[in-house]
Design a protein around this ligand. Sequence first.
Ligand code: AMP
Ligand code: ZN
Length: 473
Amino acid sequence: MRTDLPPLRFHNTLSGATELFTTLSGNVVKMYNCGPTVYDRAHIGNLRAFVFANTLRRTLDVWKYNVKQVINITDVGHLVSDADDGEDKMEKSAKKRGLSAQEIAKEITELFFADLDLLGIDREQIQFPRATEYIAEQIALVQTLEEKGYAYVIADGVYFDTARFVGYGKLGNINIDEQKEGARVEENTEKRNPSDFALWKLSPKGEQRQQEWESPWGVGFPGWHIECTAMIFTLLGKQIDIHTGGIDHIPVHHNNEIAQAEAATGKQYVRYWMHGAFITIENKRIGKSVGNTIYLQSIVDRGYSPRALRYWALTGHYRTPMNFTWDALEGANTALKNLSRYVLEGVDEKVAPDATFLVDFYAAIANDLDTPKAIARVWEMVKDADLSPSSKHASLLTADQVLGLGLADAQPTVKIDFIPFETLPEQVRAIISARQQARKEKDFALSDKLRKQLAQLGYEVTDTADGQQIVKK
Ligand code: AMP
Ligand code: ZN
């Protein structure tokens, strides 16, 4: 751990306060980030959760901690309703697409990994366990809870008795009396308390699930919460330093994880719980039914750098909700290009980063990852007329170890045989003009369509800061 940097302070959902960060043991940080449920492609909201986790990881690396990081892949047991009822998201998606649950899991996991790569998240440093690979560990944990008297069996599975766990709901001070079963779901009358949750669910009678396993209680599948705890115990140990997720996980998923883990071990499960706020799109929640889902690929397809999404995400604090607009992304993309220019202008690799800048930059990051403040300081630094281009270059690359904007890979824009507009055939000119208008009006569906028309005519169009550039294919 570096002592020349300010001590890290993180907001802990458990205490509701920003606390000094200390580790369980020496220099090691054990960190678990709740991962994606791989029934459908991750949207930009989901990806914000991983940009946050990665910024935290990069910070810990820069502070020279030895980080052991795990992101799980949920490929079974996450039901449509948080109240342990309704269909398994994986099985539902499999039925809909006429594929097997494992085929879907494989496809979506690969897309997720590709997104992480594009966002500058180094997968080599992370373990990605799949829930279906830890069934025996999950069964063993449920057995431990049963032996200790925390679990009971009813018709549809094994449940955790939340009334037996003193302090249930302590994360985020959840009022259990108000936490009734999901309104859309019929109450399970056999449960002892409304907040009790499934540890192991039995396959419905007369129905064969795609993914089901033998267990001491009968053929079935693990509950969603037990998966995270069993994988943490196996891969990181009974106690960990940091656990992250989106704020939606606080009331149910993470309180349930705490209950089952601490009931099983009698020890504190996680020291720092950190939760990321949501992204909305045009002030609505992101959802297929709302018709506003945006994927990282949609951003790339429109000619933006994927890191523009990362840049934009970091201009908000991870605990502040953000509203995505294409205008905001455009701004982020331009900002990123301008930063790249400053990187390219500096030439002398031996020049050190500006010390005053770094003090402020690290102070912002140490204060609960205040990336908006850190980025504002970056702009102040690049605009400082007293600093040399090489000093700016070095400062940017040092800051980028935390920000992960890929500035070291900045490439000069190469112009290749761009064709002057006037020399193009009339039909092509008309399409380009229409496309210009569509982009101005942010009608990206039309602009994409026109791009395809141009491609059919043998022209490739690139969107640059100076407008559309055309090359003949
Ligand atoms: P899921 O694949 O639904 O299990 O979600 C993966 C991660 O994304 C979780 O940590 C969620 O809390 C988070 N998440 C889901 N929707 C959003 C959103 N709109 N904005 C930010 N994070 C989200
Ligand atoms: Zn989880």
